[in-house]
Ligand binder design. Structure first.
Ligand code: CA
Length: 432
């Protein structure tokens, strides 16, 4: 299917009107930045075209009363906590200020910073990070590698599976990821485990959802209110050390195989920008119905998101010879077996208190086809089937110098295409 898409309503920021740009006026995602090489404090900005609208500078021009103070103060968590009404109201103002023909164009131009002059930071303080396992295709494909006779565990269709990850090791796109060192199973049953650099370093192609308004400890979030507690989404690469994971994961799940680094894209695309790309949440008729506490009509009608996800790899050799990153797989967030709303409601269902800025990963978002696999583990069938790259090199898992780029965008015939930008990370040699 060829997606043509609607034409943008247009902005006086000319670059925002280019075809297939990630940040047209219909997007307006939030991020944090400082001018490259400066010592200025971290600022909150809104991406528009290839520029950033600096919220602090904006407030100096339009007046402090017109911009939420949390945004002026560089505190995106504070803005997240204000909830959907404040977010929608400010989005309407932004759209007016930035629209083509706006009388504000000349006076607002000084509040723009070229993205090429900005160093992006983590968009907010991520107090807690939880990663889920919402692609049934990923769960089945990985399960097959470990349990050919029973790939999908019996709880999968009932309970959103997740684990608590680590917030402190989350970095923003551009992160240099040091190859982890860890304990792995010995080659023979009679030998002790080995301790050394990971040999099966992998990526996981995911989407991260940010919590907007939190909930008090002991007060679950009903499904009917789940969407109001979601702020927006980013791209997430949940780097994974498969050899360490295979040895340590039973009985308590992932630990050091995952918490050495996770990389996110710098821009958080809000729920409002994603509205045109919502799709029904559907399960095969033969699958069990979800339990009532994670069921709602709204979720069934539009709980899913039609978002294309892409995984590119560029080796050091490719970079040196000017070869571009190579597309290795392409998937879609609409394959999620559990929606963000279900994940959020389930997470808080025991009374666990979510807080503004908490990050919830979708889990590796693989699709039903082998070309839609969201990890090298799946693409190479557990490392048994190497991928041959355009450079002539082969890969099963990542080598030092490899740069991974994840991209995501939403496109449909009835809406203006929007993108999430890029999530880039480069592997550097182990330090031990
Ligand atoms: Ca994951």
């Amino acid at each position: 299917m060829t997606v043509t898409g609607k034409k943008t309503q247009g902005s006086w920021v000319e670059s925002a009107n280019r075809a297939a740009i990630d940040f047209p006026i219909e997007n307006l995602p939030y991020g944090a930045f400082r001018r490259r090489g400066s010592n200025e404090s971290v600022r909150i900005g809104v991406a528009i075209g290839d520029h950033i609208l600096d919220c602090a500078r904006l407030a100096e021009i339009v007046g402090r009363d017109a911009v939420p103070s949390a945004l002026v103060d560089g505190n995106l968590n504070g803005f997240m906590a204000m909830g959907p009404a404040a977010r929608k109201a400010f989005r309407a103002k932004l759209t007016g200020w930035l629209a083509a023909g706006s009388p504000d164009a000349a006076r607002l131009a000084p509040a723009l910073v070229a993205q090429s002059e900005a160093e992006m930071q983590l968009p907010c303080t991520i107090g807690d990070y939880t990663d889920f396992y919402a692609s049934i295709h990923h769960a089945t494909a990985v399960g097959k590698l470990f349990r050919p006779d029973a790939p999908l565990l019996p709880n999968y269709k009932w309970v959103p599976i997740g684990y608590h990850g680590r917030g402190s090791s989350i970095g923003v796109s551009g992160q240099r990821v040091v190859r982890p060192v860890g304990q792995v199973k010995a080659a023979t049953e009679s030998s002790p485990p080995e301790f050394g650099p990971c040999r099966r370093l992998d990526i996981e192609l995911e989407v991260g959802g940010f919590v907007a308004v939190g909930n008090a400890l002991g007060s679950p979030i009903p499904m009917a209110q789940a969407e109001d507690h979601l702020f927006g989404v980013c791209i997430l690469n949940d780097w994974s050390a498969r050899d360490i994971q295979a040895w340590e994961y039973q009985p308590l799940g992932p630990f050091l195989a995952k918490n050495f680094a996770s990389t996110i894209s710098p821009w958080i695309v809000t729920k409002e920008a994603l509205e045109p790309f919502r799709v029904p949440y559907e399960r095969p008729a033969t699958d069990p119905k979800t339990l009532p506490y994670i069921t709602s009509t709204v979720n069934e009608q539009r709980g899913g998101i039609n978002m294309v996800l892409e995984f590119y790899l560029q080796t050091a050799k490719m970079r040196a010879s000017g070869q571009p990153p190579q597309l290795l797989s392409k998937s879609n967030l609409r394959y999620a077996y559990w929606t963000m709303a279900q994940i959020l409601t389930h997470h808080a269902s025991n009374g666990c208190n979510l807080q503004p800025g908490d990050l919830m990963g979708s889990g590796t978002m693989s699709g039903p086809q082998p070309s839609e696999a969201g990890s090298l583990l799946e693409l190479t069938l557990g490392g048994k089937q190497p991928i041959t790259l355009a450079s002539g090199e082969t890969r099963t898992f990542l080598e030092d110098g490899d740069a991974v780029t994840l991209k995501a965008f939403c496109a449909s015939d009835n809406a203006v295409r929007i993108g999430l930008g890029e999530c880039v990370g480069t592997i550097v040699a182990a330090t031990q």
